[in-house]
Design a protein around this ligand. Sequence first.
Ligand code: CTP
Ligand code: MG
Length: 226
Amino acid sequence: MDATSVLKALWLFLPAYVANMSPVFTAKLLPKWSHPIDGGRMADDGERLLGDGKTWRGLVGGGFAGGWTAVFMALAAPYFPGGLVAGWDFGKAGHCVGQAIGSACPPTDGVGSMSFQMESVGWIAIFLFGFIVGFFALAGDAIESYVKRRTGRKRGAPWFPFDQLDFVVFGLIGMVLASFLLPAGWVTAALLHDWIILTTILVLTPGLHLLINRIGYWLKLKEVPW
Ligand code: CTP
Ligand code: MG
């Protein structure tokens, strides 16, 4: 167990957090690009498939937000105070396959029975990784809206804890599916660093989400406090 794992978990999931917050800003930036994903279509129950709150702008913008966040993180990780997230750079500076994040490759035993390999990755791969994570996070948000509409919840109605966790589950799925873009084993080593990583992402996120949305409401960025 590592006392800094909570911070590492929040850091690792930053592309999904930023992506999930981004639609409010892209909506302000590009107010005219409000084409809904469902194209205005209705389901048999007479309600919208997803609703006007789920736009292509939000979905694709979330991908870009996740992509740029991942690039920024790969740049910033070496300079983080105290070296607390050293190596948590999506493998930019190199990852020793099969080893913990941030550790150097152990010396080989000379007999050839053990060999370790350092792998690193380019900026485009890191951007694409973040893009997929952000896109999946907001696809999860849209799927949640589908279920909300089918269960009679109007646009903007709160639905705890699904409003808070939709993007988490799909962000994690995106991370696993996009793991082929990063050095072999990097995503597994990050998510399974210790049990705190996944626990933090799943348990702390709903509270953080509620807090940040309330701040967004006070700042008049959001129309509802949840
Ligand atoms: N948004 C968007 N496109 C998306 C997701 C969100 O444009 N794919 C914008 C919308 O302006 C939306 C706001 O971000 O109103 C907040 O998102 P969210 O709370 O998820 O949507 P709701 O309006 O609450 O709708 P729902 O009840 O379907 O969750
Ligand atoms: Mg909502």
